[in-house]
Design a protein around this ligand. Structure first.
Ligand SMILES: NC(=O)c1ccc[n+]([C@@H]2O[C@H](COP(=O)([O-])OP(=O)(O)OC[C@H]3O[C@@H](n4cnc5c(N)ncnc54)[C@H](O)[C@@H]3O)[C@@H](O)[C@H]2O)c1
Length: 256
């Protein structure tokens, strides 16, 4: 028995990285996936890959998770196509790193908008449909929301991801009377196009981080998505308000 059979899953950021892995995995578990990304062509390629693997996915149009009209159109397309929404997986995000004294305010607000406002906005718009389905919300936090870093200057990112974890707990509270569960998955360092472009790049001080991760390596998108499938499935029917950390032990074990 597939674990998400017939569930309508809205997944943002499906052009690449964890979002593409999520689209493929959720569809393989029987979900009807509605994807979306700023990178529309690449998101359509994900849709094609899902179809090739025998799954169902729809990618209505370019999605900007920071734009209310765009999010509303995305949610409406899902409802029109499949009759409702069971799962919201707010995965998409974009970050600008920088230290508190040198980062331009514009970069701080860009990061908050892309990583935090985007999650609230998707939940806000999808909520009435989740009430109808007694559905669930998955958010994506980060170990950056739990710890500081000596090698990565990331005040905005830490603030937004910490807030995503807190927002998820409040969604759990507001959702409980409606049978809605809300949980967060917090990855550590994961090998994706996003991280390869900065933190894992050859000239970044964090590139050798695997040495300090207890399991000795960075994670794979599928390892994060596996946790998300579990949280979205009936196996997690009594779990809400949780933050499931998927980081190879990075945030739990001090290096020394
Ligand atoms: N890779 C890591 O090490 C890591 C660690 C912790 C948390 N995360 C989180 O995991 C999630 C996925 O990250 P990833 O590593 O797959 O990153 P990625 O950069 O490879 O993919 C993110 C996707 O989101 C899309 N996106 C960005 N802004 C958007 C917007 N405004 N509207 C629509 N789509 C938008 C991008 O185009 C891209 O396809 C993010 O929330 C990220 O913060 C990643």
């Amino acid at each position: 028995m597939r674990r998400l059979e017939g569930k309508v899953a809205l997944i943002s950021g499906t052009a690449r990285g964890q979002g593409r892995a999520a689209a493929l995995r959720f569809a393989a578990e029987g979900a009807l996936v509605v994807g979306g990304d700023l990178l529309h062509e690449a998101a359509l390629e994900t849709q094609r890959l899902v179809g090739e693997a025998g799954g169902t996915a729809l990618t209505p149009g370019p999605l900007d998770v920071t734009d209310e009209a765009s999010v509303r159109a995305w949610v409406q397309e899902a409802v029109d196509a499949f009759g409702g929404i069971d799962i919201l997986y707010a995965n998409a995000g974009a970050v600008r790193f920088g230290a508190v004294d040198t980062q331009p305010y514009e970069d701080f607000t860009f990061t908050l908008r892309a990583e935090l406002d985007s999650v609230w906005l998707a939940a806000h718009v999808a909520w009435p449909h989740l009430v109808r389905s007694r559905g669930c919300v998955l958010t994506v936090g980060s170990t950056a929301g739990l710890t500081g870093s000596l090698t990565n200057q990331r005040t905005a990112h830490s603030a937004s991801k910490g807030a995503v974890i807190a927002l998820t707990r409040q969604l759990a509270a507001e959702g409980a009377p409606h049978g809605i569960r809300a949980n967060c998955v917090s990855p550590g360092m994961v090998d994706t196009e996003g991280s390869r472009g900065d933190l894992l790049a050859a000239d970044h001080p964090m590139r050798t981080i695997a040495r300090h991760i207890p399991l000795g390596r960075v994670g794979l998108p599928d390892e994060v998505v596996g946790a998300a499938v579990f949280l979205a499935s009936d196996e997690a029917s009594y779990i809400t308000g949780a933050n499931l950390v998927v980081d190879g032990g990075w945030s739990s074990v001090l290096p020394g």
